[in-house]
Ligand binder design. Structure first.
Ligand code: HPA
Ligand code: ZN
Length: 326
């Protein structure tokens, strides 16, 4: 299919990617072995067989289990570099990646160990391939706002390396307003902010992300489509949605790729982008996400270009950098 070839060849950005979600089972077992830690699953095959999720929480349980073998700076470096090598081969030219510091500090791995490994890999990718990168520190919303404040305090010496703040993990029962004050503190530090909203959570959570957190973009946002006034607000504010097709399928946000709302989002004038979220768990990186959309939803060439362009204009590159990519 020529459209799939086109999607593979075009320069792409990734704006919604959890670095811990790129942990491939093979690498997970290799790092577990060198760190002498036990995994619940005995083989790569057994682990892969467990990757069947009915909802977000099913996935998160395995996601936190998987990342628990990351102990040393070199582990974070190797994880990040493996991802960057993969997407460099897929013509991804700019990445904005999330990391979940509390997923590691909670197990006793210091903040600086994590960020030093991740940041060094990002720097190496910039030097080696001219890729451009941003780093987004994400708060776990199932934990307290106090814990988020502690994380922000740990990050203070590294703010030059951090471009923005995100909010992820279990959405239901943990509305954005729970983190109102910590996000205000982040904004006061000049950081960009985004939040997962409307993946499983109701439109009300997307409203809160916009009106209370004052997000610069919305991660997922699928359920915003249930509320006409919300759609209008997202369009008026020119907010970007970081949509993740294969993630939506694997977490049962959509029951079939033919039902994926990406075309509807574009038709409504929303700045939808294509991203891979947790590619090691959801069955594919950037090109697989584009392929799945092309096959499932029948997006046309104009829509394909619009999605790629939205990925540039919705990124946190400065205007001049964006212009160089358009
Ligand atoms: N949603 C919420 N939390 C997450 C996700 C996601 O898709 N991926 C990693 N943490
Ligand atoms: Zn996500």
């Amino acid at each position: 299919d020529t459209l799939i070839t086109l999607a593979k060849q075009m320069p792409k950005t990734e704006l919604h990617l959890h670095i811990e979600g790129t942990f491939e089972p093979e690498q997970m077992f290799a790092i577990a072995q060198r760190n002498k830690v036990e995994l619940t699953y005995q083989t790569v095959e057994a682990l892969k067989a467990a990757y069947q999720f009915n909802n977000l929480q099913d996935f998160l349980d395995l996601y936190y289990q998987g990342m628990s073998v990351l102990l040393h700076e070199v582990d974070f470096y190797d994880l990040t570099m493996a991802y960057l090598e993969k997407v460099n081969d897929e013509n991804v030219v700019h990445v904005e990646i999330f990391f979940d510091p509390q997923g590691h500090t909670e197990r006793g791995v210091p903040f600086d160990t994590q960020i030093k490994g991740i940041y060094r890999a990002l720097q190496d990718a910039e030097k080696k391939w001219g890729m451009t990168t941003r780093l987004i520190m994400s708060f776990l919303r199932h934990l307290s706002e106090e814990s988020a404040f502690e994380t922000l305090a740990a990050a203070k010496p590294y703010l030059d390396w951090i471009d923005g703040i995100g909010l992820d993990s279990s959405e239901l029962g943990h509305p954005p307003e729970k983190f109102l004050r910590v996000f205000q503190a982040c904004k006061d530090l000049g950081l960009k902010v985004t939040a997962h909203a409307g993946e499983e959570g109701p439109p009300e959570y997307v409203w809160q992300a916009i009106e209370q957190i004052h997000v610069d973009r919305i991660d997922h946002g699928n359920r915003a489509l249930e509320d006409e006034k919300l759609v209008e607000t997202i369009r008026q504010k020119n907010l970007t949605l970081t949509v993740c097709p294969l993630s939506n399928l694997k977490l049962c946000v959509v029951n079939d790729m033919t039902h994926h709302p990406i075309k509807r989002m574009l038709a409504l004038g929303l700045n939808a982008t294509v991203n891979s979220d947790d590619p090691a768990y959801f069955g594919g990186y950037m090109n697989d996400n584009y392929s799945a959309l092309i096959k499932g939803t029948g997006i046309n060439k104009a829509e394909l270009y619009q999605l790629a362009q939205n990925g540039i204009t919705g990124s946190w590159m400065n205007k001049e950098q964006q212009q160089n990519h358009l």
